[in-house]
Design a protein around this ligand. Structure first.
Ligand code: MRU
Length: 345
């Protein structure tokens, strides 16, 4: 996969590959201001928890560049960053990245110095994210069989991260190790991240992938056609309860029923150790039109509404292991999480 989040220092702009348009066309959205970044994150030009964090980190650099060097420039930057941190509620990587850049610029003497420091920190966050994906990939690949089929949901690939991917990073690493892994991509309604994005990036890399209807997962497992399920995460509570794309919980229940291992791959930036359990994870509710108008065309009758929770929470007890860049937490419990991630940054 080519880079999809690119900062151009000569023009001081952030270029984002527009994921709403994939796989039909590869168009880019240019962000000149932090408001442009917020306006890209909300409708999902850029999406996937780690990728949102990376884009937001660059957005912090744009914010510093926007304010002029008056006495209250710091307050003005803080207000912009607060807005950015709330662009989407569930992916904790967003507020984590904004908080990390904010800490970096805390001692900057003026906005120009803050902008340079913020850009430096954003680049570090971006590079580290790719490195964490690769480390997760190496650790997680050992869990997969020499030959088999892995089911994944949504897109937790290069497009959802700084590059390489979390769940898809594990699959990529397994293939790089010579394992014969095939992928079933759950279509992932209502925005089709599996059918559009996972299929797009795996096909481009020559990794065998087939799209399945979400309703097909149970029968594929019942027929013994799934050796493992691997997904990403948007926020993991201190006890291992995991928020991910709506539909993940159903897969975890099915996997337990059919005896299929269910893995979550996520970097330390996706853990929210300030909350004891998944009950405290804020769940984004998105517009009803995403459900009633798939790909922009009305499907439901006029006047009929819809519910559109974008994420669900899978209890830790349904998760066979959480793969982080530091260790495989198997099983994930408050104790194993605290041990590996307690003093995390
Ligand atoms: O609404 P999205 O497309 O941003 O949701 C993305 C997911 O749920 C991903 O699985 C998650 O962010 C992990 S991405 C490595």
């Amino acid at each position: 996969m080519q880079a999809h989040i690119v900062f151009d220092p000569s023009r001081w702009t952030l270029q984002l590959l527009d994921q709403r348009r994939l796989p039909w066309e590869e168009t880019w959205v240019e962000c000149r201001t932090v408001a442009d970044v917020v306006a890209a994150i909300r409708p999902m030009v850029v999406r996937g928890a780690p990728a949102i964090g990376v884009a937001a980190a660059y957005g912090c650099a744009l914010a510093c560049r926007e304010v002029s060097a008056h006495a209250s420039w710091r307050t003005a930057v803080e207000a912009l960053l607060a807005d950015l941190a709330q662009a989407r509620p569930t992916a904790v990587n967003l507020s984590w990245a904004v908080g990390r850049v904010a800490a970096r610029i805390a001692k900057a003497p003026d906005p120009a110095a803050a902008a340079l420091a913020a850009l430096d920190e954003a680049r570090a966050i971006h590079d580290e994210d790719v490195a964490m994906c690769r480390a997760m990939g190496r650790l997680g690949a050992a869990l997969l069989p020499q030959k088999g089929t892995v089911l994944t949901h949504c897109n937790a690939g290069a497009l959802a991260t700084g590059g390489y991917g979390t769940a898809l990073g594990v699959i990529r690493a397994a293939r790089e190790m010579g394992k014969d892994i095939r992928v079933l991509a759950d279509e992932t309604r209502p925005l089709w991240q599996g059918a559009r994005l996972t299929a797009y990036e795996l096909a481009r890399d020559g990794i065998p992938v087939e799209v399945i209807c979400e309703g097909a997962a149970a029968s594929m497992m019942a027929r013994g056609e799934v050796d493992a399920v691997i997904v990403g995460a948007d926020r993991i509570a201190a006890n291992g309860d995991t928020a991910n794309k709506i539909g993940t919980l159903g897969l975890a229940v099915l996997a337990r029923h059919f005896g299929v291992p269910f893995y979550v791959a996520a970097p330390h930036s996706t853990f929210d150790l300030s909350i004891a359990s998944g009950a405290h994870i804020p769940i984004e509710e998105r517009a009803a039109e995403e459900v009633t108008h798939p790909c922009g065309s009305r499907l439901a009758p006029e006047g009929v509404g819809a519910r559109n929770p974008a994420f669900d929470v899978t209890p830790a007890e349904l998760i066979s292991a959480i793969i982080t860049e530091r260790a495989v937490l198997q099983p994930p419990t408050a104790a194993t999480i605290a041990q590996v991630l307690g003093g995390r940054v």
